[in-house]
Design a protein around this ligand. Structure first.
Ligand SMILES: NC(=O)c1ccc[n+]([C@@H]2O[C@H](COP(=O)([O-])OP(=O)(O)OC[C@H]3O[C@@H](n4cnc5c(N)ncnc54)[C@H](O)[C@@H]3O)[C@@H](O)[C@H]2O)c1
Length: 350
């Protein structure tokens, strides 16, 4: 069987992680990574050498000009729009890391170009493939908690990653919170009426540059339902991704995932001594299998095989508009009428 040829653009943390997932998937699927691109020559070369069979370049356009079937974009967020545009221009299928662009305007332009080109697209919201999330959605759909009326999502990094990283990543709402702005559409599939955000800066370096590092967002859905999202750049105690769905018959809860849940048994008794990840990047420990599942799903999408699909460009756009509304609420210090905001945002830019 002829292997699907892939390129990886961006050989940083997540690019290397995707390369290792693809190596694993190549044991059972006919895929081959033939190109690696990164503006850093060292990064591109060292990942290509680790893969073994891949060419490398510092010019991303040259991978779109090559004979690859699809590109996996794991470069910094500022490059996502350009990669999506090039995928449409050169008719390459594309998996692009979240968020897919820095704002609603660029995502909308990408969507139009990609729709016209008819290429396959997946945006890297890997939490859609998280086992807890899949189980919660399945149980909700089986009616096990009755009529769902509220969701609570915590998303907190254990430690602040530093100003340098934040520079290109899009801030608390579009870098960290964008996962939750996507997930809420899956967990609470009810039209959104309003968004209200409160925020503060607990980290002196971020306070100094006027960046919010801690936020709470109330999303009001139709039918007297609501979601509460809580974000932080520095929880100290863990990579805190707990979530809860409540319905009229009960609730579904995804707790913290300990790195170690060994019980200590001694003459003192039995002690559960969980250890939670407080290192960064903690997401690699928490979501490793989800990253692999989303790439497997993308390969199946390329092969037109059935199975769960990852986030579409429309899903990415929905997440981005919600992030924009949350930021607008914080800036105005007021609750945002979401329908009006969304209509204006999408209408103004179309
Ligand atoms: N889904 C997730 O959970 C998750 C987790 C982490 C990062 N990400 C996303 O992945 C992307 C990369 O994040 P990271 O943590 O790996 O960052 P990183 O800084 O470790 O790596 C980014 C790489 O992109 C390269 N790059 C920058 N501009 C480029 C260009 N013009 N052309 C080619 N390469 C370029 C850099 O040289 C660097 O090697 C970001 O968009 C981020 O939002 C997603």
């Amino acid at each position: 069987m002829v292997a699907i040829k892939l390129a990886i653009i961006g050989a940083g943390r997540i690019g290397r992680l995707h390369a290792s997932s693809l190596k694993q998937l190549a044991l059972e699927l006919a895929i081959q990574v033939t190109w690696v691109a990164d503006v850093s020559e060292d990064a591109a070369r060292s990942l290509a050498e680790a893969i073994g069979s891949a060419n490398w370049t510092t010019n991303i356009e040259s991978v779109f000009l090559s004979d690859v079937d699809a590109v996996i974009v794991a470069a910094s967020t500022a490059v996502h729009s350009e990669c999506l545009r090039l995928a449409a221009q050169y008719h390459k299928h594309i998996f692009c890391e979240k968020p897919g662009g820095l704002n609603t305007e660029s995502l909308l332009a990408s969507k139009q170009a990609l729709d016209e080109a008819g290429v396959k697209v997946c945006i890297g919201f890997q939490r859609r493939f998280d086992r807890d999330v899949l189980e919660i959605v399945a149980k909700r759909d089986r009616g096990e908690i009755g009529d769902v009326f509220t969701a609570t999502l915590n998303h907190r990094d254990p430690v602040f990653q530093g100003i340098a990283y934040l520079g290109t990543a899009g801030g608390l709402f579009k870098d960290l919170g964008i996962h939750d702005f996507d997930l809420i559409h899956l967990l609470m599939p009810f039209p959104i009426k309003s968004v209200h955000t409160l925020g503060r800066s607990n980290i002196p370096d971020l306070a100094a540059v006027g960046q919010t590092d801690t936020a709470g967002i109330i999303i009001e859905h139709q039918g007297n339902r609501w979601s509460y999202l809580s974000f932080s750049r520095e929880a100290h105690f863990a990579y805190d991704q707990r979530l809860e769905l409540l319905g009229t018959k009960g609730g579904l809860v995804s707790k913290l995932h300990p790195v170690n849940a060994v019980e200590i048994c001694s003459s003192e008794g039995l002690v559960l001594d969980p250890h939670y990840s407080t290192d960064m990047p903690a997401f690699i420990y928490r979501h490793r299998l989800s990253y692999e599942r989303e790439l497997r799903s993308f390969i199946k999408q390329l092969l037109d095989e059935p199975g769960p699909r990852g986030a579409s460009i429309d899903d990415a756009l929905n997440a981005m508009v919600l992030a924009d509304a949350a930021m607008e609420s914080l800036a105005r210090g007021a609750r945002i009428d979401f329908e009006a905001f969304k209509a204006e945002k999408l209408g103004k830019t179309s």
